[in-house]
Write a protein that binds this ligand. Structure first.
Ligand SMILES: NC(=O)c1ccc[n+]([C@@H]2O[C@H](COP(=O)([O-])OP(=O)(O)OC[C@H]3O[C@@H](n4cnc5c(N)ncnc54)[C@H](OP(=O)(O)O)[C@@H]3O)[C@@H](O)[C@H]2O)c1
Length: 262
């Protein structure tokens, strides 16, 4: 039996935000395709999600490896049951750029940018043809707050914001939700993996993964294009967009500004 909600693909479902998000989707009746690198952890997420009575498939894949990414793309590209893609997998390493290993640098770009973009491209024609579905892209507050020694990660999340915003315009009349979730710091293994204990962050600035995912799923239920789980007043985002548009209006001119006049 397949679910009437269709199948949601969740990357990075072996722990942290992705695992909780997968449970929330299962409770909402989505069948699941879950990806991650750690088989035992991914199986544990799958077993918990199946308790909601949905079908769950797991794919062990390192999204930084082109052959693994191609395998996930091939699996999801032509499956008419797919109704949602949750681009949650993400990675980061804290280091001054000159000391950041090439492997860490490449992995951050490969997972946070390349995989997110290619998986989105893989499901988009099917969602467009069916005129329904959701693509949820996990960004970060650091997309708007470049943090020294974390620049590759920050910029990868700025890419997620810019790419998603452009795609929102592209699919505006196609019945597809392209949603961006902008978490603050969240207490997951992400920080240890990045090389900064979460205890080093200001305590009042860190959200629990349960609160984060609860808010993100409410945003999905409501069909919000932008989900800012910690932002009290979304007017701040609207003001930011107005300021951005004013800047762009000033930039898109074919003449040198007076201070650069020939
Ligand atoms: N935690 C935060 O403070 C925070 C704040 C803002 C945004 N975010 C974003 O939220 C998302 C989830 O983060 P999280 O806090 O849940 O982090 P997490 O606990 O470290 O989980 C990250 C997930 O991504 C997967 N992943 C990492 N590298 C991968 C690779 N090379 N190939 C395949 N999967 C890979 C991991 O799976 P495996 O380990 O099985 O490979 C894991 O399931 C990320 O996009 C992150 O950037 C997090």
């Amino acid at each position: 039996m397949s679910s009437s909600r269709g199948t949601a693909v969740v990357t990075g479902a072996s722990g942290g935000i992705g695992a909780l998000y997968a449970y929330g989707l299962a409770e909402r009746g989505y069948d699941l395709v879950l990806t991650g690198r750690q088989p035992a952890a991914l199986d544990a997420t799958a077993a918990s999600a199946r308790k909601a009575g949905v079908n769950v498939e797991t794919i062990i894949a390192d999204l930084a490896k082109p052959e693994d990414l191609a395998r996930v793309e091939a699996r999801i590209a032509n499956d008419a049951a797919i109704s949602a893609l949750i681009n949650n997998a993400g990675t980061a390493t804290f280091a001054p750029l000159g000391k950041l290993s090439l492997a860490a640098l490449d992995d951050t770009i490969a997972v946070n940018i390349t995989a997110l973009t290619r998986l989105t491209r893989a499901v988009l024609p099917g969602l467009t043809a069916r005129g329904t579905g959701a693509i949820v892209n996990f960004a970060s507050v650091l997309a708007f707050h470049p943090w020294p020694e974390f620049g590759v990660y920050d910029a990868s999340k700025a890419y997620v914001v810019s790419f998603s915003q452009a795609l929102q315009g592209e699919v505006a009349d196609k019945g597809i939700l392209v949603q961006v979730v902008v978490p603050p710091a969240v207490d997951t293994a992400f920080w240890t993996a990045a090389g900064i204990p979460v205890s080093n962050l200001p305590a009042g600035a860190v959200m629990t993964p349960q609160d984060l995912v609860g808010a993100a799923l409410k945003g999905l239920d409501r069909g919000e294009a932008w989900v800012f789980p910690s932002l009290p007043d979304v007017g701040a985002w609207e003001d930011f967009q107005k300021a951005r548009q004013a800047l762009v209006g000033g930039l898109m001119r074919g003449q040198p500004a007076p201070r650069y006049a020939p």
